[in-house]
Design a protein around this ligand. Structure first.
Ligand SMILES: NC(=O)c1ccc[n+]([C@@H]2O[C@H](COP(=O)([O-])OP(=O)(O)OC[C@H]3O[C@@H](n4cnc5c(N)ncnc54)[C@H](OP(=O)(O)O)[C@@H]3O)[C@@H](O)[C@H]2O)c1
Length: 261
């Protein structure tokens, strides 16, 4: 299948690692030009060197810092074709331990990053009558684990925002969709598995098996998704081939959410 992504200009927030990094790699394979982003010069340079392509560049910006977000937006070319709002943070804490700062930070990084970038780049896409905006939500938006409340609420708000924003694309060739990953084997998940294995004197395989038995028992996949399984869905939705999918939430949750749509 030709995805017709050659020459498309892509910006991916939070893309030095994990799903964002893999998405950048797949876009580059398809011939797109990609701008990646992370919080430090070191992490951005390390990701650029791993991607090893003439078609990739990087911008350092922390979405918790307003002035850095403003500078970032100034440095992204106005005519990007594809915006992937991937950046996301989570702090697993019981509600009683979550501070108001935790709530604000989750909303700032997980939701407001996409609001700010979309506010800037959607009008340009509409003017040029082509564009793709992708938001990355989470299975937690509907599973709502009690130790991930602020994260889950921020992720649910992404689905709502993305769905409403898509209505502004009516009659154009711009689409806006949300991808909903389930538990995915990014660096953060690997660290969680390794630390738990060490703490409980178990193997990583045992910890993963127990996680899907005890915590994510609704998963049909029964294992963490690989980052490429999520990234390939993102890249497909950004292609011209996916032109009839708009305002959708597409699950890559291994069946954990259990809903019929
Ligand atoms: N992994 C999962 O199980 C899972 C499940 C459902 C949904 N998701 C969602 O998928 C998205 C990607 O998750 P992931 O697990 O692949 O992430 P990850 O491996 O933890 O990577 C996070 C990326 O975001 C960057 N980042 C973090 N905070 C940032 C900030 N304040 N400003 C700018 N960049 C920042 C990091 O860059 P630096 O370190 O270089 O700053 C890194 O490139 C997130 O929205 C997440 O909520 C993940």
């Amino acid at each position: 299948m030709n995805l017709h992504l050659k020459g498309k200009k892509v910006f991916i927030s939070g893309s030095t690692k994990g799903i964002g990094f893999e998405t950048a790699r797949l876009f580059l394979e398809e011939g797109a030009t990609v701008i990646i982003n992370g919080r430090t010069k070191k992490s951005v340079e390390s990701a650029l060197s791993s991607l090893n392509s003439d078609n990739v560049s990087g911008l350092v910006a922390d979405f918790l810092k307003d002035s850095q977000v403003e500078t970032l937006i100034d440095h992204i070319p106005n005519d990007i074709d594809i915006l992937v709002n991937n950046v996301g943070i989570f702090r697993g804490k019981e509600f009683k331990d979550e501070t108001i700062d935790d709530w604000n930070d989750h909303f700032k990084v997980n939701l407001m990053s996409g609001v700010q970038l979309s506010k800037h780049f959607l009008p340009e896409m509409i003017k040029r009558n082509w564009g793709r905006i992708i938001f990355i939500s989470s299975e937690c938006a509907t599973l709502v684990p009690s130790d991930l409340l602020s994260y889950s609420v921020s992720k649910a708000s992404i689905n709502v925002f993305s769905s409403g924003l898509a209505k502004l694309t009516k009659g154009t060739n711009v689409t806006i969709n949300t991808v909903i990953p389930g538990s995915t084997l990014s660096e953060g998940s690997v660290k969680f598995l390794e630390e738990t294995a060490k703490r409980e004197n178990k193997t990583v395989e045992e910890v993963e098996k127990n996680f899907f038995k005890d915590v994510r028992s609704s998963s049909l996949l029964g294992r963490f998704a690989r980052v490429e399984e999520v990234a390939s869905t993102i890249v497909y939705l950004c292609s011209t081939v996916a032109s009839a999918t708009n305002g959708a939430s597409v699950r890559v949750d291994g069946g954990s959410m259990g809903s019929i749509i």
